[in-house]
Structure formats: structure tokens, C-alpha cells
Design a protein around this ligand. Sequence first.
Ligand code: CP
Ligand code: NVA
Length: 335
Amino acid sequence: MGVNLKGRHFLSMLDFSLEEILAVLETARRMKATLVKCRSAVPSTPVADRVGGRTGADGEHPFPGPLAGKTLAMIFQKPSLRTRVSFETGMTLLGGHAIYLAPTDISLGARETTEDIALVLSRYVDVIMARVFGHDIVVALAKHATVPVINGLSDFEHPCQILADFLTVLERKGRLDGIHGCYIGDGNNVCHSLMLGAARVGMHFTAITPPGYEPKPEVNRSAVQEGANTGAKIVVTNDLKAAAGADMVYTDVWASMGQESEASARKKVFKDYRIDAGTIKIANKDCIILHCLPAHYGDEIDYATSRTPNSAIFDQAENRMHAQNALMVHLMGCA
Ligand code: CP
Ligand code: NVA
């Protein structure tokens, strides 16, 4: 597909058109297949000998290194397992390099301005990924950076997660448009990106939250408006029965990073807004269960349900890397 994303930022699911999202997902599918083939070709050979553009020991399955010589700066204001490891490993596999900047390394917002950080990093690196509290921080980085900026999670959106989720849904269901996706839990950053992404790709979407924890009204408005273009029906409700017939059921933690002080109060409010065996009974029996992780088993999802054949939570985690690898090669014009 002939899309050109070189130099673009990725802060929101609505930053990419339908065609661009599908192009990134197709690149991800292709790159994942190549990597899996490469990794399985000579299991005894260290991955490092078979990647980064070097020919493998078998001489047949080198993993191409499209990002050789490129550097990714990873700014973190919050903890991470998946985002940090998937981006860093991805850069290694693609022949590039990633620099981890921990919260105390650059003291974003305290030591110097976000504008200066963006301008300085742009003189060194080829792409910036940032995990931040306020969404305005990734917006400011993107405004001032001369290289692509990727939102690695803000309080408002988590678009990289949804690219990986869509890749996972495609693998299991073969399509995104016309299926019924359902999210149960807090109307948070993950819910926002999922809702906007669903609307853009034509996936019917129902967000089920406790009263007072719905997604932001402006996100709902944008999703409904976008859904009118793509045929996606977007619903926000407090009624758990709205999961009936869902092809995909998704949840996330009840208290996000930064909301730790609300955790015990939220446990009471959210206690019924969870995925368990009963959810699969209400939804389609072959529904796909998703969770971005980290999970709090016994709260938003029970352990047993997370280990059923319906669950794709670890495919999702793996697909973070494949989706982001594709994203990075597109943003750097190396797809
Ligand atoms: N899903 C996700 O973003 O995980 P981390 O917080 O571990 O990066
Ligand atoms: N909503 C969660 C997602 C974690 C990946 C948070 O922001 O903490």
C-alpha cells in the first residue's frame, strides 16, 4: 500500500487515516512473519547474529536491518515493562539503537523546557518516543521536534497499544471492520484510543463503564462523528448487558498510573465492571479477550479467564513490538 508516513508524529489514533493504519498493520504482519521465520530458522544461533542486516549463520534467513544507524530516544515519566522492552528490542532487531531516559535522567518539565528537550533531542536522534502524564507534553514535544514523536502513553491516549491490539484482532478474526468490540472498565487512555481507533477502522464499539467513569465527552463526540463516516456504531453505557454478542472484550486496570491514591475507592465502584467466565457467556463464545497489561487479577479480570483459549493477552504483548517496528520504519521512511 502506497502510503507515506515519513516525518509524521503518532500521538493519537486519529493522526492516521484508515488507509495509513491498515498499511502499518500490513507492514507489521509482514515484518512479524519475517522475524518469526528468521528466529525459527537456526534456533541455536543467537538472535543478534541473525538480525540488524547481517546474514544469518544459515545464510538464508537474515532479518533485514532497515533502521541501521538510526537512534530512538525513549522518554519515561512513568514505569513500563512492555513499552520499554518492546521499543528497545525492536530497535535492536531492526539494526538501530534505543536510549532509555528514566524519569530522573532528564527530569522532564523541571530541569529545562519541553521545547528545548525536543529541539536538542532532534539534533541527536531520528525518532522520539515519550511516556508522559499530561497529553500536552507529547503535543509540545511534537510541536518543537524536527523528528517524529510517538506517544508511548499519556493520560489521554495509548495509540501504540491499539495498533498492537488491532494486529492481534486481525490475526484472530481476520478483520476489523464490522466486528463488535466491547470495553469494560474505566473510560481511560486505553479506552479513548480503542474507541477512536475502532471508529476509524469501522469496528462497532461499546464502552461499558461505571457511572461517572465514562470516556471524555470530546472523545465520544469524535468517535461518533468518525463512526458516521466508516459505519462504526459507537455506544457508551453503564449497562454490562451491552457486552451481548461481542466479538472482542477488552479491559484495563481500574486505577491507572498516577491514580494510585484512588485505587481502594475505585475497587468498590468498579467491582462488577470486570471480565470473568460470565462475560464470555454474554459475549460470543469465540470472543477474543484482550487486556493491555499489567493486569490486576481478581479485579478487572480473573486469572482463569485470562488463561482461556479466548484470551490473546500475550499475543497482544508480543504484538506491541511488531506493530511498533512497523510504525518506526514508516515514520522514518524506511518501510
Ligand atoms: N501495556 C503497556 O503499555 O504496558 P507497560 O505499561 O508495561 O509499558
Ligand atoms: N490505563 C493504564 C494503562 C497501562 C498500560 C495506565 O495508564 O496506567
